[in-house]
Design a protein around this ligand. Structure first.
Ligand code: HEC
Length: 101
């Protein structure tokens, strides 16, 4: 019985830790998943928009609009659905603190 109960408790603990404590490293690690398309630390080298140095509000509101389906896109609407609002805020804040170059 104890072994069976331990699994959901652990899963819940892991999820809430990630969602509730958006410290600098967690925000950076989540933001790293954006680097393939938006460049290292959000400084784009290709055709995709840079995210570095943008206001937190700008990035966060666009992410929420992608998530809500009110902002059109190819990959972002799908991708944005994978993040909570707290995670979006944490990433947007992290990108805002990066030098735009
Ligand atoms: C697979 C490539 C890819 C990844 C990964 C990716 N993006 Fe994007 N992003 C795009 C493309 C392409 C657009 C243009 C809109 C569209 O077609 O969806 C875009 C647009 C955006 C915009 C709006 C830019 C503007 O001003 O119009 C924001 C904000 C954004 N992405 C944030 C993020 C964040 C935050 C992440 C990481 C969680 C991320 N993106 C990961 C490809 C990507």
């Amino acid at each position: 019985m104890q072994a069976i109960m331990a699994i959901p408790v652990l899963a819940l603990a892991a999820t809430t830790a990630f969602a509730q404590a958006p410290d600098a490293n967690q925000a950076r690690d989540m933001a790293a998943t954006c680097a393939n398309c938006h460049g290292t630390n959000g400084v784009s080298r290709g055709g995709t928009d840079s995210l570095a140095g943008r206001s937190k509000d700008d990035t966060a509101s666009k992410m929420r609009a992608f998530k809500a389906g009110t902002r059109p896109g190819t990959v972002m609407p799908q991708l944005a659905k994978g993040f909570t609002d707290a995670q979006i805020d944490a990433m947007a804040g992290w990108f805002a603190s990066q030098p735009a170059k």
